[in-house]
Design a protein around this ligand. Structure first.
Ligand SMILES: [Zn+2]
Length: 117
């Protein structure tokens, strides 16, 4: 359990972000709904547009649900006292990095290694 960082502060930031994401997901559900194809009223171009918009909405939704899972994991780790330690090498994650994104699970070195592979 880290004593050098303010757990309440980070917990609040995680919960706030989670709330924001959940609200955004609810609002975005409409955009992810399957495209209704009505050939009589919808032209070829607008159909392409609708499909493209749908693909973008789905990609955004995937990113958001990945972030949501990460936040939930960070909150779980907070409960177990593992918050602030790298999931991979168990080194302390610098506070500055947690300030930037409290849901990070890896230290800089492990995040870089994961990106490179
Ligand atoms: Zn690490």
């Amino acid at each position: 359990m880290r004593r050098d960082i303010d757990m309440d502060y980070f917990e609040q930031r995680l919960l706030d972000r989670l709330e924001e994401i959940t609200a955004g997901l609810e609002a975005g559900k409409k955009g992810v709904a399957p495209v209704e194809l009505d050939p009589s009223s919808i032209g070829r171009v607008s159909r392409m547009d609708a499909m493209q918009q749908q693909a973008m909405a789905q990609a955004a939704a995937r990113l958001v649900s990945a972030e949501k899972a990460r936040i939930q994991k960070a909150l779980d780790r907070m409960k177990s006292g593992d918050f602030g330690y790298c999931v991979h090498c168990e080194e302390e994650i610098p506070e500055k990095r947690l300030q930037f994104d409290p849901s990070v699970l890896f230290c800089i070195a492990c995040a870089r290694a994961a990106e490179a592979s």
